[in-house]
Design a protein around this ligand. Structure first.
Ligand SMILES: [Zn+2]
Length: 320
């Protein structure tokens, strides 16, 4: 049973808005594109791996969990829950060859022959596992075994390790072998550790305690307001700015027409600047010249409002 599905993270959505709206000659534009393409590859790798989990209906499945560990957070790509044990899956989409040496250092050999140091994914899942065990103890969940696997979602990724390595065969697998690996692990943990009530409590708490990440990417990439292209964008061809004529939006490039084209642009606004907007900010970001038009469009959305007159603030939905 799927109890928390996988969606594009707020970080990816923010990067998409920045790619769409930041002036092309900005010195950080290419770094933004780079981060976005890396994170999208990871996201689609995780999605393609979900296919291999379909036969395991008896598990509860949670995707993209972010939970507190002391002062910070830890993240889990996919968590399979059963009353007998939990399985933490860290999905990696990597091109080229991953070489583990006898000191547990990892080097990635790219297809073009260059190499780079790579964070050891086995250390990463071991850390997630111990954070998860601590989190459950803190939340008074009875002890239950946790296992972890690093899943290579690109079937062409080659893994090299010294023959003496125990961790690599134990922790790493490719997507197509995941089902076999789960069947083997499943046989080891045959005893139920949580009763129905405890298991229900654990599933519910994991979802409730999930805290979505909301990074300040404008600050990180040193983007100023003048670097951002304003206006309503066309959802068909991404042209900006779409113009407003006779109570409707019309794209000058592809002639796409829609009454509610300001809504996706307001999502962009919330991702860039946060969820509160005044009439003046609406007019400025959406390039609407009439404050009466702005008032009507904002009122039609039935948003929560605070303040009055020129100080009235509208509360947009939180980006998910
Ligand atoms: Zn268009």
């Amino acid at each position: 049973m799927l109890i928390k599905e996988r969606t594009k993270s707020v970080r990816i959505k923010k990067l998409e808005v920045m790619q769409r709206r930041i002036i092309r000659h900005h010195p950080r534009y290419l770094s933004i594109e780079d981060e976005l393409s890396g994170r999208l590859a990871g996201h689609f790798g995780e999605q393609s791996n979900d296919y291999f989990l379909k036969p395991f209906r008896e598990f509860s499945v949670l995707h993209d969990l972010r939970l507190t560990a002391h002062e910070s957070y830890f993240q889990i790509d996919t968590l399979l829950l059963s009353p007998r044990y939990l399985l933490n899956l860290e999905v990696k989409y990597i091109t080229g060859t991953l070489v583990f040496d006898h000191l547990n250092q990892v080097i990635r050999l790219k297809d073009d022959g260059t190499e780079e140091a790579f964070k050891n994914p086995i250390f990463q899942v071991k850390r997630q596992q111990s954070h998860l065990i601590e989190w459950m103890a803190r939340n008074r969940i009875p002890p239950i075994p946790v296992r972890s696997l690093v899943v290579m979602s690109n079937t062409r990724t080659i893994i090299q390790a010294p023959p003496s390595s125990k961790d690599v065969p134990q922790y790493i697998t490719h997507s197509p072998y995941l089902q076999e690996r789960i069947k083997i692990i499943d046989k080891i943990y045959s005893v139920e550790k949580l009763n129905k009530r405890e298991f229900g409590k654990l599933s519910k708490m994991l979802v409730q305690h999930h805290t979505p990440e909301n990074p300040d990417l404008l600050k990180r990439y040193q983007i100023e307001e003048k670097d951002i292209i304003k206006g309503v964008y066309c959802t068909e061809c991404f042209y900006m700015p779409v113009v407003r004529q006779y109570r409707t939006w019309i794209c000058p490039k592809c002639s796409h027409k829609a009454h509610d084209l300001h809504l996706p642009t307001l999502e962009d606004y919330a991702l860039l600047y946060g969820t509160t907007i005044t009439n003046k900010q609406f007019c400025d970001f959406l390039q609407v010249s009439s404050r009466h038009v702005a008032t009507r469009l904002l009122s039609d959305m039935n948003l929560k409002q605070t303040g009055s007159g020129k100080g009235r603030v509208y509360h947009l939905p939180e980006p998910q």
